[in-house]
Design a protein around this ligand. Sequence first.
Ligand SMILES: [Zn+2]
Length: 114
Amino acid sequence: MNKRQIFDQVSDMEKQIGELYEQLGDLKGKLSDLLEENHRLSMENLHLRNRLDLTESEQDSLPEGTKLKEMPSEGYDNLARLYEEGFHICNLEFGSPRRNEDCMFCLDFLSKTK
Ligand SMILES: [Zn+2]
C-alpha cells in the first residue's frame, strides 16, 4: 500500500465518520421526540385510567346521563386539573391535548359539573 492509498483510505474513513456523526445526531433527535411522546402518552394513559376508575365506580348505581352531575368532588377536581394540564375532558375529545386553546365543550362540562 503506497502513501497515496493510505491517504485516500484515511480520507474515506473521515468521510464515513462524518456521515455517522450526522446519523447519530439525527437519531438523537428522534429519540428525544420519542421520549417526549412517551411521556405525553404515559400522562394521557394515567388520566384515562383515572377516568375509567371513576366511571366504573359510578356506573352501577347511577342511571345514564346523571353520572356527571353527581360526580363526587374528587372526580371533579381530577377533571379540572386534567383540563388545566392541557387535556380535553369533554365527551368529544376526552384525553386529547388542547394545544393551549380553551374548549367550550370542556368549559361547559366543568360549569355543569361544579
Ligand atoms: Zn374539549
